[in-house]
Design a protein around this ligand. Structure first.
Ligand code: SF4
Ligand code: SF4
Length: 425
């Protein structure tokens, strides 16, 4: 089993870092100041993630998934070897490294894959630009290396006429940095990182000011940077949507029948990969494999609702106490949600009444638009779900459908799905 690790762009995971962080948190934990309270609440809700490199949820998520395997290059080879007698398989390898050489295990694996699949084709689709000098020493010359932006999919499928398509994706080279659900984690990690790295003298002499500075520090110097040729997850998914469309049109099966399952991809995973990118990729592949539009919209809806519920529960952004959220409790905050009421933004601002879908402090419907909404108070603190960056919405919904998803406050799932179906492409 692969050891799944959370990639840390802002590292506060070393033991001595953690001890220092805890010491500093102890200094501010009883200070009655919004900035200090916020950092303490982020720390309390986030420390499980910092302390544990392993996110257990991702293991269960991967094990329960039927369309992909998450493993190393050998697994792709094993799958192809097992099924190749009966199928003419075409493998698309998504590789974004720009510095492969003979000592690299991947090159050996590509050569091995090619040898096991001679008649057919192994296509490595890199995102290489003309100006980039690519080193592919040791790679078998029969392997076609094609830039994703240059590839003529219909022509390739017509020429090789495969029975099946199989994908091999190197997740280390997938960049979903701009993806929305990366932003919050990154903001919180960065906040704790900044907090931990404050000068101890400054901190002791003026903890409130130091906390304030940490929250407004936009220094990105510690950010992990991807190779120039890394794939944007969005580009990969758009590519797969076109590939799936052409396969369906030409009766080419997407995936292989392996161990009584249709497996469409092996995702290569190493310590460099982030859990988030795997989670996103698997979910996006699941959406891609939906049988019809209704199933697809429902899947997008449920996956996003689940994600948002878990995220809010885990990090407790709204931090309710006695029915009042953090924004309502802060009387200096000029919120449009009345401070003398409870239940945060479950409030109809136009009618000035609490939402009638709220019963006994809980929502009786699952409105995606409400779940996506984040008030200004939290947005100012780095918490937001920018829907224009969400890949489920961007890749699978058209321009007319997107606002329906985002602006249908107080509306239940069935109503939103029906509206999407009426305006499908
Ligand atoms: S999003 Fe809503 S519930 Fe959460 S803090 Fe803001 S107003 Fe309160
Ligand atoms: S419909 Fe929206 S505003 Fe109303 S209770 Fe549910 S989440 Fe809150």
């Amino acid at each position: 089993m692969v050891n799944y690790k959370v990639i840390k762009k802002y590292k506060v995971s070393k033991i001595n870092d953690m001890e220092l962080l805890e010491e500093k948190i102890n200094v501010i934990k009883d200070i009655d100041n919004d900035y200090c309270k916020y950092i303490v609440s982020v720390y309390n809700n986030y420390k499980i993630y910092i302390k544990n490199d392993v996110d257990n949820d991702i293991n269960t998520f991967i094990e329960n998934n039927k369309f992909v395997t998450v493993s190393d290059y050998e697994t792709t080879y094993d799958i192809i070897k097992t099924v190749k007698q009966n199928n003419k398989v075409m493998i698309f390898c998504f590789e974004g490294n720009d510095n492969l050489d003979i000592t690299d295990d991947k090159i050996n694996m590509y050569n091995k894959l090619l040898n096991s699949n001679k008649q057919n084709t192994l296509v490595i689709v890199g995102n290489y630009q003309k100006s980039t000098k690519m080193k592919l020493e040791g790679i078998d010359y029969r392997i076609k290396v094609i830039s994703m932006s240059k590839i003529k999919l219909s022509k390739i499928l017509l020429n090789y006429n495969p029975d099946n398509i199989f994908l091999n994706i190197n997740s280390d080279t997938l960049n979903n940095d701009v993806s929305w659900n990366h932003n919050i984690k990154e903001n919180l990690e960065k906040l704790l990182f900044n907090f931990n790295n404050t000068n101890i003298q400054d901190f002791i002499s003026n903890p409130i000011d130091t906390c304030k500075k940490c929250m407004h520090d936009n220094n990105d110097k510690y950010k992990y940077s991807f190779s120039k040729n890394s794939f944007m997850l969005e580009d990969l998914i758009k590519f797969l949507i076109s590939l799936k469309y052409l396969c369906d049109k030409n009766n080419i099966s997407f995936g292989l029948n392996y161990k009584n399952n249709i497996v469409i991809a092996n995702i290569i995973y190493s310590a460099l990969s982030g859990n988030k990118v795997i989670y996103e990729l698997i979910n996006l592949i699941d959406i891609l494999m939906c049988k019809n539009k209704k199933e697809m919209y429902e899947h997008i809806y449920d996956a996003l609702c689940d994600y948002l519920d878990n995220d809010c529960r885990k990090y407790n952004y709204c931090n309710f106490e006695n029915g009042k959220c953090i924004a309502q409790r802060d009387i200096s905050n000029k919120t449009e949600y009345p401070v003398n009421k409870c239940n945060g933004c479950c409030f109809d601002v136009d009618k000035r009444i609490e939402c009638n879908k709220l019963q006994n402090g809980a929502c009786t419907i699952r409105s995606i638009s409400c779940k996506l909404f984040i008030c200004k108070y939290l947005r100012d603190r780095g918490i937001s779900y920018p829907t224009n960056k969400n890949l489920y919405i961007k890749c699978f919904l058209n321009f007319i459908q997107r606002p329906v998803f985002v602006w249908s406050f107080f509306k239940p799932k069935e109503e939103i799905i029906n509206k999407l179906l009426k305006i499908k492409k």
